[in-house]
Every structure is written in C-alpha cells, then in structure tokens.
Design a protein around this ligand. Structure first.
Ligand code: DP6
Length: 315
C-alpha cells in the first residue's frame, strides 16, 4: 500500500436479527437478516502505514491497548489484507459519530469503514459486494453496513462464504424514524459473539429460531414493499423478543434486560394501546430502539425526554 485512506460507513439496526453462526471462523450466519442503515451516522476510519512492528488502534481518540479484544480483532482483520506485505503495520483511527452512550455498537460500522479504507490503501478495487464479504469476516453485522437504506444479509450456501453478504433493497422509506432510548450505559456483560455461541450450544429453544427468522424476513420484505408500518414494526418487535427468548433460555442464562428495559417496553405497549404507532427492537444490550414514523415524532419526544432520533433515509 502506498497511501493512507479514510472512509465512512453507517451504523445499521437489524429489524430481523442475525443470531447464531454456522461457521464461527468466517462469520457465516444460521439465518438471513435485514437491517436499515442510519443516515450519516456511523464510523469514520483512517488507516496509515507506520514504522512499527505492530498495529496501533485508536477508537474515538483513545489508544486501545494492543492486547485488548478490540485491538486484536482489528489486527487479525488487517492480516487478511496484509498477507502479501506481512512487514506492514498500520495506525487505525476510528471515530464514531453516534454518541456511544446511546448504546449503539460501533463494530458493524467500524469494520465496514475499515474494510473500505484497507481496500483503498492496498489499491484492491473491491466491488461493494466483495467489500461486504470482507467486512463480514471482521464482524458479521458489518456486511450490512456497506450499503445505505434497507439491506438484506443473504446467508448464502457456500462453505467459503463468498455468497454471504449484504444486498441493498431498492425501496426507500422517507419519514421512517428510529429513536435511541438509553436505559443503561454500563458495558454489556457478554458480547454478541460469545452470546450467540452460548445460545446456539445450550438453548433448545434456539432450534425454532431459524424458522422464525425466515418467516419474519419475508414479512418484513412485504412490509417494505407495501410501506405497511404496523407490519414492519410488529414483525421487528416480535423478532427481537424471539431472539431474546432464545437468549434467556440459554445456560447460564443471558438476560440483557435491565428493569428500565422492561419499564420502557411496557410504556411502548401502553402508548400503542392508546393509539400511537410505535414499536421497538433491541440488540444484545439493555437499550431500546423505537420504530415510528415522522408524524408520531412530537408525541414520542414528549413521552421520552432525551430520546435520540435518527433517520435512516435523509429527508
Ligand atoms: C444482536 O455482528 O456483533 O446485534 O459476527 O460475532 O461480530 P459477530 O457478531 P455481531 O452480532 C450482532 C448481533 C445483533 C443482531 C444484529 O445486528 O443482527
């Protein structure tokens, strides 16, 4: 590589979740998933060659210890690109423009942006699909962050994973809003990687997950096709709760919820019973992501002070 490079990739929120791997080395999923990328919110990552024997990894202005989980995952990922230049070391600087306190993981956007930067630095000229395949090797959900808007992660059938990547859906949905509802700022106890492995190995309930996910994915495609918000919201909410049911049924149990998470869910259900079209989704953590349309925005701002509202489609 001759140059430094800097690229941006958006965060994405899954409406049908990726939970469980059929191959843990290649991050090949048990089920296909579907997400929506946030508009302009995500990670900006810069790579530059340095005179050193090892990589330097910076996240939001803070040097990550070389033996930290994050820095070693980043270095292992760079190894995939560095095979023909094993002597090269890089400084990687990743900045997330979503307040980390909002409880959004930075690994998806971070690995997607890192993939674009390394592709550029090494002059590889990968297509977006090839970048998506590569980003998946860093973190599964990163393969969806190579694209804007709605993205399906097609699980693929190949053992080498070359057909397992994100595909952008052509439909848009101006006015679709996501509200980041912070319940708890503390670090999650078990990360997704370990959590999904434990679920797959110990929860009998997990056997029903691939079927649930497949059914949800096609209903979401239909909701997007017909712009049926009640269908989109209800499928996304049920999908997230089904995933959490498999987590709770693991051993030792994985319960990502805090009392505040349950209180927030009950509030959403109450508001819905009162006629407000609002739904939620949740990932491997205690925070909720509310789903609603622009017309409901004032009501939700009044109900949830401090709600951070983002829009997947710039309008
Ligand atoms: C609950 O992509 O972080 O957010 O492939 O091990 O890096 P690895 O896992 P990761 O898992 C994300 C899980 C999720 C659901 C989702 O985003 O689809």
């Amino acid at each position: 590589p001759k140059v430094s490079a800097e690229h941006f990739a958006p965060s994405n929120i899954a409406l049908c979740k990726y939970w469980g791997k059929r191959d843990t080395e290649l991050n090949l999923p048990v089920n296909a998933s579907l997400s929506v990328s946030l508009d302009q919110l995500g990670s900006r990552t810069r790579v530059e060659p340095i005179e050193s024997v090892s990589d330097e990894v910076w996240l939001n202005g803070m040097r990550q210890p070389a033996d930290s989980r994050f820095a070693s995952r980043v270095s292992a990922f760079i190894d995939l690109f560095r095979s023909r230049h094993p002597e090269l070391a890089f400084r990687v600087h990743s900045v997330n423009n979503i307040p980390t306190a909002a409880g959004l993981a930075s690994s998806a956007s971070g690995f997607a942006a890192l993939t674009k930067a390394l592709d550029d630095a090494f002059g590889l000229g990968l297509s977006p699909t090839q970048q998506s395949v590569a980003a998946r090797l860093g973190s599964g959900s990163a393969c969806r962050s190579l694209f804007d808007g709605f993205v399906e992660w097609q699980m693929g059938v190949r053992e080498d994973g070359l057909d397992s990547h994100g595909v952008r859906l052509e439909q848009t949905w101006p006015g679709l809003c996501i509200g980041l509802l912070k319940v708890d700022e503390s670090e999650k106890s078990v990360d997704s990687r370990a959590g999904m492995q434990r679920t797959k190995e110990t929860a009998h309930l997990y056997q029903s997950w691939p079927l649930q996910a497949a059914a949800d994915l096609s209903r979401l495609q239909q909701a997007i096709e017909t712009r049926d918000f009640a269908l989109l919201g209800s499928v996304a909410e049920q999908n997230a709760l089904s995933m959490h049911a498999t987590m709770i049924a693991s051993w030792p149990p994985l319960l990502y919820w805090q009392p505040g998470s349950v209180a927030a869910m009950q509030k959403v259900w109450r508001l819905r019973a009162e006629g407000l079209a609002v739904y939620f989704t949740m990932d491997a953590g205690p925070n909720l992501k509310l789903l609603f349309e622009a017309a409901s925005r004032p009501a939700l701002e009044a109900q949830f002070p401090g709600l951070e509202i983002v829009q997947p489609f710039g309008v």
